[in-house]
Write a protein that binds this ligand. Sequence first.
Ligand SMILES: Cc1cc2nc3c(=O)[nH]c(=O)nc-3n(C[C@H](O)[C@H](O)[C@H](O)COP(=O)(O)OP(=O)(O)OC[C@H]3O[C@@H](n4cnc5c(N)ncnc54)[C@H](O)[C@@H]3O)c2cc1C
Length: 411
Amino acid sequence: MLKLSKQEQAFRDEVRDFITSHLPPDIKYKVDNNLLLKKSDHVRWQKILHEKGWFAASWPEQYGGKNWSAVQQYLFDQENALAGAPFISPFGVNMVGPVVYTFGNQARKDAYLPGILTSDTWWCQGYSEPNAGSDLASFKTPARRDGDGDGDGDGDGDGDGDEYIINGTKMWTTQAQYADMMHMLVRTSSRGRKQEGITFLCVDMKSPGISISPIITIDGLHHTNQTFFNNVRVPVANRIGEEGDGWKIARFLLEHERGAIADTAAKSRSLAAIRARIKLLEEDGMNKSRLLQFQLRAAELDAETLALIAMEQRYLTEWQERAPRPAEAAALKVRGTELQQKLFVLTADLYGPYKMAYDATYIDRGEMPAQRSPAQEASGGGYLYLYGRCASIYGGTNQVQRNIIASSRLR
Ligand SMILES: Cc1cc2nc3c(=O)[nH]c(=O)nc-3n(C[C@H](O)[C@H](O)[C@H](O)COP(=O)(O)OP(=O)(O)OC[C@H]3O[C@@H](n4cnc5c(N)ncnc54)[C@H](O)[C@@H]3O)c2cc1C
């Protein structure tokens, strides 16, 4: 298990004290009741963290971070989740931010990093397409280079002008309805292998020609979208890296996305809520054999959570000595999301037949009536159960993660 030094223990205590004393009660209420967090909730909390210097703290100091070690970031994430604070929206700070300071030129760093740090610029991710998810490199959306209509403005027709023109569609663009910017993959050449000819662009979501069509997920809520591009002009200056560097950058970004997924503190919170609910059922006089079944299921998930914590901490300990391997991040993603789904199934089952009365209205509004009916009470559990189904799909499906593990370890 992870051994904390005295400084790390003091750091954890400081984080715990700060979060407990600064988390706005109305935001905590939403998290405690499994209600939908709005962009404004995330921004408010992220700005509080930014003022303290704890937002993007694992970024290098020269870019506004604090150079936090992997252990410090882990301790922060644990305390943030245990306290009932909102999760940190990853598209800016965890995804495009590290891409910009690693691959971007000074102008891109100046343009994008300050807005990510203050959460004044909200980002979404445009990678997947209707026929390209697991096999991401087969995506199509082309970006043609054009300066002035005939080619590039210099009259030679070689298409090296100062704008790209994008036509196509991106699928499952989560939070695109709120986003100011999208980081996206476009195809700038169809020559060579499909991993070649991919370019990484940052696109202003207010650009003429962008339209968004909501996708309402199984929980009845609007988290994600299909985004369409109709002759959307994007300055070449918005590119990160060189033309054709996109696949290398996308792989770097996906490793950042996957490693963060085990999220064990949120699971410990779910378990605590499950135990509290079982206690209530016991006090209400639930039949002993049914109660025992629930207690056994909770005990099994408790053991699985402890095993996942051990896995996560081993990953972290090794991280301090060498860069983690993709197979290890993949294993954490698979075990983490499977356990999350089991916890949410048990949470919903504890509401018995009331779980069928799921009503998205309360979840969306972010408010529950003070006097709740059992059906209203069950809606929070229903939301976790329904939305939780997508955890084994996004960030790379669990089947694809198993392929990564197999090809790395079973050769
Ligand atoms: C709620 C939600 C939010 C999302 N947010 C975003 C976002 O913000 N931005 C973004 O770009 N994308 C986003 N995604 C897309 C997500 O990354 C893709 O859905 C995912 O990569 C799977 O791709 P797909 O949906 O095309 O399924 P497919 O790739 O078509 O897969 C269909 C099934 O086949 C299986 N399969 C496919 N290939 C293999 C293989 N080689 N071996 C074994 N099994 C295989 C898969 O596991 C899956 O079960 C989101 C998805 C969801 C559900």
